[in-house]
Design a protein around this ligand. Structure first.
Ligand SMILES: Nc1nc2c(ncn2[C@@H]2O[C@H](COP(=O)(O)OP(=O)(O)OP(=O)(O)O)[C@@H](O)[C@H]2O)c(=O)[nH]1
Ligand SMILES: [Mg+2]
Length: 324
């Protein structure tokens, strides 16, 4: 049967047999959200949970895509089959890099790796649902590791990378990048730090800044109970210097999760966040419908006349939604 008329179930089977076009089609559905995306989740969930999920995040332009590109070259040589989900920044400031990224990344994606960009705008479920959906598909299709690249600004982006099995935070020399990363909440989610653009002046200062901040968080008791301390790897992603060491550190962290029996807890946390985001989304859709319906219109009018307070109107709407 031609791919155009294939059912989601057929597409899923074909994606598991390694058919890239089938996987591409499914990813498009996941990106759009809605009923098809849900159906794909039903299909993929039982077959997922095998791959190592790696998040790579950091400031715009820090070299995340360049580093990811190096890894997609390196990992197949080690017998691995990586997939990359690059979440495009929606900011107009960095949006210009999207096309460049796509071309550069597609250039290097041979048969041994799968690279996909996902736009942060224009899908109903939002990034918080589309990313886990896509990661699950890659995982179910046998890709390992699954690498998620997100820009480290915005809560959703940080959450998405920060709830991976292993999270890599990329900083660069100069301009107090480590301090910025701290402010963006990236320090807490980092399992491995990369000081990229180590060919530039100030790389050792950036390393020292990070060490200092880690020391401080150690004092305030934020260090992992198991005594794990995120290593700091120096990297020049432009020519691949340090990329093997980055991967070694990522693997060492994964091994640590396995050795300390904490991998499942981490995955449970990620699943909890996804379910929570789904609940939020389901309720938001209901709330919108109820607000626009007869009950909502009536309540809003009464609130406008000062008959009911906004608080009471909201409570009544929630009771309507829940059918209590
Ligand atoms: N000097 C130097 N430049 C680098 C290095 N790594 C990346 N770059 C350059 O930095 C710029 C940004 O690199 P990207 O890999 O696109 O950065 P990014 O973090 O993916 O950027 P966004 O996805 O837009 O946030 C590009 O011009 C790269 O060529 C490096 O190690 N040294
Ligand atoms: Mg990028």
């Amino acid at each position: 049967m031609s791919i155009r008329h294939a059912s989601l179930e057929e597409l899923f089977e074909r994606s598991q047999e390694g058919e890239r076009r089938a996987l591409g089609r499914l990813l498009t559905h996941v990106e759009r959200g809605g009923a098809e995306a849900d159906e794909i989740t039903e299909l993929a969930h039982p077959a997922s949970g095998k791959g190592h999920i790696v998040g790579i995040t950091g400031a715009p332009g820090s070299g995340k895509s360049t580093l990811t590109g190096q890894l997609t070259r390196l990992l197949p040589q080690m017998g691995l089959r990586p997939a990359v989900l690059a979440v495009d920044p929606s900011s107009p400031l960095t949006g210009g890099a999207i096309l460049g990224d796509r071309i550069r990344m597609d250039d290097i994606a041979g048969e041994s790796a799968f690279i996909r960009s996902m736009a942060t705008r224009g899908h109903s479920g939002g990034l918080a649902l589309a990313v886990p959906g896509a990661v699950r598909l890659f995982d179910a299709a046998g890709f390992d590791p699954v690498i998620i690249e997100t820009v480290g600004v915005g809560q959703v982006e940080v959450d998405v990378a920060g709830t991976a099995d292993t999270t890599v935070v990329v900083v660069t020399p100069g301009m107090g990048d480590a301090v910025q990363a701290n402010k963006a909440g990236l320090l807490e989610v980092a399992d491995v730090f990369v000081v990229n653009k180590a060919d530039r002046p100030g790389a050792n200062d950036a390393r020292r800044d990070l060490e200092l901040m880690l020391e401080l968080s150690h004092v305030s008791g934020q260090e992992d109970e198991s005594g794990y301390r995120p290593p700091i790897i120096m990297s020049t992603a432009l020519d691949g210097t340090g990329s093997p060491e980055v991967w070694e550190a990522v693997q060492a962290h994964y091994q640590h999760l396995i050795d300390t029996d904490t991998l499942e807890a981490r995955r449970a946390g990620r699943l909890r966040m996804e379910v929570k985001n789904r609940v939020d989304q389901l309720l938001a859709v209901k709330a919108e419908a109820t607000l626009s319906g007869a009950t909502g219109t009536d309540l809003l009018a009464r609130a406008g006349n000062r008959d009911v307070s906004p608080a009471e109107a909201a409570r009544t709407l929630v009771a309507t939604i829940l059918g209590v």
